[in-house]
Design a protein around this ligand. Structure first.
Ligand SMILES: C[S@@+](CC[C@H](N)C(=O)[O-])C[C@H]1O[C@@H](n2cnc3c(N)ncnc32)[C@H](O)[C@@H]1O
Length: 210
């Protein structure tokens, strides 16, 4: 099921400005290998949201080869920090090459390993946390991440509409993970959630504790 009709998707993409060369190359690399990156519509949205809240410290759970992190890197200040995680060492290597080419290595740390285990071992709160790990891990990621936001911070999950699989009777662990995430996000006290229907759906949560 398409979250956005192909015609409207094309329309939105053709409105976007050209990406700088490293981002454009990463999009091409992802296309050739069918690697699931967030893509430019979501990346552009990330840059807008991170800029709006003045994000300085960003945590990514599931960074792939660094495409989504580069969008954040474009708007956080030079003394800000992005912490990336991925289970795949090759992704880390490729990401770090890209960060160096863009000149933002000084503000990004990349940890290889299970994203939630790495996250647990890192101190402090975050302005923005973005999660894109395997979808069956989303509910645990939500529980771990929400309390780590500074007041007014933002937590986002990609693929939160999951091509509508939850409406088609799919009972896989990933689909159940997305369903549970959305239920949690909309029913947790002090959490305000919105599902933004761009690409495969983005869940955006804010946390305002007492
Ligand atoms: C959808 S891709 C990430 C794409 C990236 N956010 C982007 O848009 O550029 C998901 C990545 O998460 C990693 N991953 C999935 N589950 C993970 C986990 N539990 N811990 C660490 N990495 C994980 C995979 O290796 C994969 O590279």
């Amino acid at each position: 099921m398409d979250v956005v009709t192909p015609a409207l998707n094309t329309y939105m993409h053709q409105l976007l400005p050209e990406r700088e060369s490293v981002l454009a190359e990463m999009e091409e690399y992802a296309r050739e290998r069918r690697f699931p990156i967030v893509g430019p519509l979501v990346g552009n949205f990330f840059a807008q949201i991170a800029g709006l809240i003045g994000a300085r410290r960003v945590m990514e759970l599931g960074s792939g080869f660094g495409y989504s992190a580069l969008w954040f890197a474009g708007v956080i200040p030079a003394d800000g920090e992005i912490i990336c995680t991925d289970g795949d060492e090759d992704n880390r290597r490729r990401a770090e090459e890209a960060f160096a080419r863009v000149g933002v290595s000084d503000r990004i740390r990349f940890h290889t390993g299970d994203a939630l285990s790495v996250f647990e071992g890192i101190d402090g709160d975050f302005d923005l946390i973005f999660c894109d790990i395997d979808k069956h891990g989303y509910p645990d990621a939500f529980r771990a991440a929400l309390p780590r936001l500074r007041p007014g911070g933002i937590l986002m999950f990609d693929n939160a509409l999951w091509s509508g699989r939850m409406l088609e009777g799919d009972d896989s662990p990933d689909t159940r993970g997305v369903e549970e995430l959305n239920r949690l996000a909309f029913s947790t006290p002090h959490c305000r959630a919105s599902l933004v229907p761009i690409r495969d759906g983005l869940l955006l949560c804010t946390h305002q504790p007492d």
